[in-house]
Design a protein around this ligand. Structure first.
Ligand SMILES: [Zn+2]
Length: 352
């Protein structure tokens, strides 16, 4: 989708030649060259469409794609189909390798996959073995493509408290071996974050980041709960914060990053249209934000396309896009070495 921002229109009307599109292109820095972290990317949903079709055909599995985005039930059917395909370990490793290659192609210096080792216990024999297999594959492919990889072990909000605690202890055991954060996903309505207080306490005690989804389908109160009860360092989505000046001021003051996903928010009816998305308002209120793709196999755009959308449709300036990229690095679980290097490269990108 391409639209013209008011700034583009002004620039185009004052530059008769060359063509406006050329003028815009010349004036704007290459977003692929902007080093960025991809912090809100569910591993399974990073699969390439062609690869999924090929794997499904060879496994004899039908994976239904959602025909609408009205509720989570169609997602669930898609995810269940994908998990049948990915139960073959070679398919999971291929997904990981191709997803990391795609990150490299989009200028992603660091990816923090939402990972669910609980999905692969039957494949690898135990929760621990599943996580070790995923970490090994991520390390090998990250090395190959030049992308640093961290894992966000993700609790499903419909899981029991006991299962969540088991995952948190597993994540904590791998805190210095590739696991960087503990996430919390699925529908927040009716599944309050507070149930998982203990799991997040275990994770934080081990030095992991607390990175729950909140403020997507529910209001600012759920974001406040994520901050107060789960000690959130980042909030995945968090866009309903825009409805509370007090909360935006708090997020800005505490440096909590929102891992925002534009297309996902529109397709899931969190926001009516892309043009209505509050990313720019949040950034201008001083809230740290990263830009992400969430579930590319379902929603379409990858992270680079989401940055392009933020520029062309929401009118984020290059300085604001660089600030989002910097937040996506500084607020992540990336190594200090990468954080230092990427910060310098982002500054150089903006200065160019
Ligand atoms: Zn998500």
């Amino acid at each position: 989708m391409t639209t013209t921002s008011p700034a583009d229109a002004t620039r185009a009307s004052s530059v008769p030649s060359p063509a406006p599109a050329d003028a815009v292109a010349r004036d704007r820095r290459d977003l692929r060259a902007l080093p960025k972290g991809h912090l809100h990317l569910h591993m399974e949903a990073a699969i390439r469409p062609d690869s999924l079709a090929e794997m499904a055909a060879s496994s004899g599995v039908v994976v239904p794609m959602p025909t609408s985005f009205g509720d989570f039930s169609e997602f669930s059917a898609t995810y269940q189909g994908m998990l049948v395909v990915l139960a073959e370990s070679d398919n999971l490793f291929r997904l990981i390798d191709e997803a990391i290659e795609d990150c490299a192609l989009e200028g992603v210096a660091y990816v923090e996959f939402g990972a669910s080792p609980q999905f692969y216990v039957a494949t690898f024999g135990s929760l621990d073995a599943s996580l070790r297999a995923m970490l090994a594959a991520c390390a090998e492919s990250g090395e190959r493509w030049g992308v640093e990889v961290g894992l966000m072990i993700t609790v499903d909000r419909t899981e029991s408290v006991e299962a969540a605690n088991e995952l948190a202890h597993l994540a904590a055991a791998y805190a210095d071996r590739g696991v960087v954060s503990l996430g919390l996903a699925n529908d927040e309505r009716g599944n309050p974050a507070a149930r998982y207080e203990e799991a997040f306490r275990v994770a934080k005690h081990a030095g992991l980041l607390s990175t729950p989804h909140a403020g997507e389908l529910a209001g600012p109160d759920q974001i406040e709960e994520a901050l107060d009860v789960l000690g959130a360092d980042r909030v995945l989505h968090g866009v309903t914060a825009v409805h509370s000046e007090t909360l935006m001021a708090r997020l800005a003051a505490e440096g909590v990053c929102l891992d925002v996903c534009l297309t996902s928010n529109v397709l899931l009816s969190v926001i009516p249209t892309i043009e209505d998305h509050p990313l720019k308002r949040l950034v201008e209120a001083g809230v740290r934000c990263s830009i992400n793709a969430d579930d590319p196999i379902l929603f379409g755009p990858g992270v680079l396309a989401e940055y392009e959308l933020a520029r062309t449709t929401l009118g984020l300036t290059d300085a604001q896009l660089a600030a989002c990229a910097l937040s996506s690095i500084e607020c992540s679980g990336a190594s200090d070495e990468l954080k230092g290097r990427a910060a310098g490269e982002i500054a150089a990108w903006l200065a160019a």
